[in-house]
Design a protein around this ligand. Sequence first.
Ligand code: ADP
Ligand code: MG
Length: 502
Amino acid sequence: MHKTKSKKDLNRKSNFKKWRETMSENTGKQSAQLSKNTPSLEDTPLEPNADIQRLWKSVHAEMRQEFGEAIFRSWLKPLTLRAFYHGTMEVSVPTRFMRDWIQTHYAKRISTMCIEKNNEIKRVQIVVVQNAILDGNILSQDSGSKTDSVKNESELKKSIEEISSPLDARFTFDSFVVGKPNALAHAAARRVVESASVPFNPLFLYGGVGLGKTHLMHSIAHSIQENSPEKIVMYLSAEKFMYQFVKALRANDTMVFKEQFRSVDVLMIDDIQFIAGKESTQEEFFHTFNALVDQNKQIIVSADRAPSDLNGIDERLRSRLAWGLVADIHPSTYELRLGILQSKRDLLGADVPNSVLEFLALKVTSNIRELEGALNRIVAHADVSKQKITLESTQEVLQDLLRAHDRRITIDEIQRKVADHYNLRFSDMHSARRSRNVARPRQVAMYLSKLLTARSLPEIGRKFGGRDHTTVMHAIRKVEELINDDAQIAQDIEIVRRALTG
Ligand code: ADP
Ligand code: MG
């Protein structure tokens, strides 16, 4: 805000602070009384006169009109008139992030509004009055509670550890199998751990249930705690965040809550979608978030969907969540599932033949959690029954699970869904047409039929206009290849698969 840091400037700053305090004590009064500390006029910003104050009020109203209630409440309401000097109108916001956001999106228009109304105004400057949230609103909200706040560092650290959820010792980078679907998320997580500074804020991880979001977050937490034990890492679910917040509200203890959450070095909130529709929790999270970003502290958030799809979450929070790095975890591929199973088998030290792992990787596609569950079941069963694990015993032990997977879907349904997706007719699935725009979707449908039903290759062939089982086999191989090389196909297939299994 001030370009040079001469003594005079520093002096001016502190005088100005005192002056501001006087101002804020007098809020509401038309002309604030200047205290003894009021700096001399040529030296300091001028208190805005009644005209300017009135003008600002009407600009406030106009912004609300023009930008709408939601944006106004989120961004523009906190703008506070601070000073007017040499044609510069100075308005303040509590955080750097807010300033940047307003600067990029609304500042130009706001300037115009002001300048249009009074030609003495040459420019509008937005400045950050840091800790305005902490020193101003919040303190006045919980006035007097400063004495109740946490007393010392170690006590604070202890209280933060209590809020934090326990970490699963098994969820480490070492046990995380990396494949195409999770490569980006994994690389981003490693960057957070390996960077000396904050590489992106926040890191937003998203993906369907059981695809490894929590595993990655715990890995980050373990790793930071190992490399930098002095850092305070807080990991908790959004649900627990809300619970803590509500508890603090009830106990009239929000100051301690705020202090705890603003004191961490790394904040991780899992499953943020949970606070959809929970307005005050979102608001609190938003302030915590901004305070931490302003202090350059790392934030990591996970969700089951992309920021833009988080319905029921305030627009300003959604846009903020998307501001760092957004990394999605795609549904697993056959290769990744097989890799995870192999690694899990090694961890368990169990004697499971590859053919069984391949069978599981092909059949249990919903999510990794279910896949692991299936492996655990057959290993446990073999243990108890003292039998070797075979493909047959696996099919028997997992009968219910496999049937549940199979029963849901018929080849007809698959053909319909694929035809819909590619804008083809249902009959194209059985026809003899060989042009690529028909043949490729047909191959996709064959692949999905093998994946999602218990039908044999000849049975599938018959359902596709009486084709030979080798044609089906070829189609499956081709599609598997394409999934690896062609992101578009992989995505198409995933969309159809989800529509079918969803
Ligand atoms: P999410 O939080 O996305 O719902 P989790 O992180 O809880 O999913 O993962 C579900 C299970 O799958 C966990 O046991 C986890 O260890 C395992 N898992 C997921 N992805 C991987 C992976 N890439 N490598 C090893 N295990 C994984
Ligand atoms: Mg999770």
